[in-house]
Design a protein around this ligand. Structure first.
Ligand code: PBG
Length: 323
């Protein structure tokens, strides 16, 4: 009997010729954690291969990331101290502000995106100002505007609000424009689900809520039409890029979001997804290179134009090695 679809798989050359989805360095954003101090390079216990860097080390690392050809980094900060209103998030001497300023001074041609949220900076660990047990929308918007402006001021190319407050994209856009930062992009965490997969990140950033959870502002995992609504609101509020987060348990959401909008779609391959794979690989249960490339390709195939991933550096090495 003659072959059918298998004829398109007969050799590496043919497979290469007909491959529909191809991961590219250009798709990748590498998340990084900044801490106060000097000469610190501290591995996150639940995320082998991921470090918290003091600003000097962060710059060295950012330079290496740029030299590998990765186009962008996403910066998170771990503050010196926390308070009820998350003041370090919008302080000119805050950790993110210092980190971005230093990267922009020492590394050319690297896009710097920043996470705009208060959860790592508030004593209670919620993403905004608490009114009783509830996160207050309006007063939080005010602080998010201040945070975004403070990031733009030190040179952030993209601000990425991850707080899930209503109306924050519009609030941040207006504030940026008012202060003359018309060229600063907003990458909105539009469909951000209330997910167990943020666990290792919360260890890395020390941002677990002290009381309660984030179900009143992050999305319910069962919903997809609601994701489309969030995306369309953010597009109307002039988001430049929309994001789905996490990625792997939400590939259908990425797909539908991609179909529903013309603007670039980012997907965040989050900490728990990274740690899960890393742990299995370290136990010899899966082949890390193949599993990572398969996962990243699936996120792209689902429709992501941009993939934010802790695997970025490894993925680049593996892309260069050919397979
Ligand atoms: C801050 C924020 C979180 C992540 C990105 N920005 C954590 C959260 O919402 O709890 C998660 C990233 C990851 O898990 O890799 N709001």
């Amino acid at each position: 009997m003659s072959l059918g679809p298998r004829r398109l798989r007969v050799s590496p050359g043919i497979r290469r010729l007909v491959r529909e989805t191809r991961l590219s360095i250009d798709d990748l954003v590498y998340p990084m954690f900044a801490v106060h101090g000097t000469r610190i390079r501290e591995e996150v216990p639940s995320m082998p291969g991921v470090y918290r860097f003091s600003v000097d080390e962060l710059c060295r690392e950012a330079m290496q990331v740029r030299n590998m050809g990765i186009p962008a980094v996403l910066i998170f900060g771990i503050p010196e101290s926390k308070d009820e209103f998350g003041s370090e998030a919008y302080s000119s001497d805050g950790i993110v502000q210092k980190a971005v300023r230093a990267i922009k001074e020492s590394v050319d041609d690297l896009i710097v995106a920043t996470d705009v949220c208060l959860c790592g900076y508030t004593s209670h660990g919620h993403c905004g100002v608490l009114d009783g047990r509830c996160v207050e929308n309006e007063s939080t918007l005010d602080l998010l505007q201040r945070t975004a402006i403070s990031h733009a001021l030190v040179g952030a190319d993209i601000v990425a609000p991850s707080d899930m407050m209503d109306g924050r994209v519009d609030a941040i856009r207006c504030a940026l424009d008012e202060y003359g930062f018309e060229r600063t992009l907003i990458m909105a965490y539009s469909a951000k689900y209330c997910s167990a997969f943020y666990g290792p990140f919360r260890e890395a950033a020390d941002s677990t809520p002290k009381l309660g959870d984030r179900k009143e502002y992050q999305m319910d995992p069962g919903n997809v039409r609601e994701a489309l609504k969030e995306v369309s609101l953010d597009v109307d509020e002039s988001a430049d890029i929309v994001m789905v987060k996490p990625a792997l348990a939400y590939l259908d959401v990425i797909h539908q979001v991609k179909e529903s909008t013309d603007i670039p779609v980012a997907a965040y391959n989050v900490s728990g997804e990274y740690s899960m794979l890393k742990a299995a690989a370290m136990n010899g249960w899966v082949d890390e290179q193949r599993a990572v490339m398969e996962v990243l390709t699936s996120i792209k195939r689902a429709g992501a134009d941009i993939i934010i991933t802790y695997h970025a550096k490894d993925a680049v090495k593996w892309m260069e090695s050919g397979e």
